[in-house]
Design a protein around this ligand. Sequence first.
Ligand code: PGA
Length: 246
Amino acid sequence: MRKTLVAANWKMHGTKAFAEQLLVELNTGLESGECSSQVVICPPYPYLGVVAGKIGQAVMLGAQNLSEQPSGAYTGEVSAEMLLDFGARYAIVGHSERRSLYGENNELVAAKYAAAKGAGLIPILCVGESLEEREAGKTLEVVAEQIQAVVALGLPDTWQNAVIAYEPVWAIGTGKTATPEQAQEVHQFIRQQLGEAGSKTQILYGGSVKAANAAELFAKPDIDGALVGGASLKAEEFIQICCAAN
Ligand code: PGA
């Protein structure tokens, strides 16, 4: 049985004080509640240490990105080892904002996936189509290409200790959520793409997940949780999402 996982992507929001306060509220809410989900918080890089220092029993630490390189003259980059050093266990790779704003293509995203896995971090691989691609009927084709770029590396146990997040680009930060049926269709397809490991791999949905729509998404058989942006910045709302799987 796959556990539900809810990951918070804070993106480039907040201050040190905000991060500390949010963590206190999340710890209190999640430790006293009956939430059965695993919870991962991915703060901006400079606040990894702050969050690591405040992290309670109910929360794990993740990063929003990482370098595909192990170390060296790569100004502004952060390696998997550095993230591990701060206690991170997860790293998001290939978020659509990285793909569209910073030119990360499938090959680079796959290299980041390999770097995370190789170092012992659990990658959260983001895949998803744009509105144009959906309207052109290319959703499954695009998602398959994103997955196949990782398969092509021929890593040992490619999908073991890994998480996939299906995030339709048109649903991110727009308030437009995919319907549970639309998401389920793609999640089921992704699971098939993963082969034998598919039945064990957590596949999250992302894109305008809120307390009001989380439960109906999590009720679908192939939706194992969520990657949450905007709603993860509000403690009460995020805790409700974490508990929506119960
Ligand atoms: P959103 O972001 O929940 O604000 O739509 C999701 C994401 O970008 O991971």
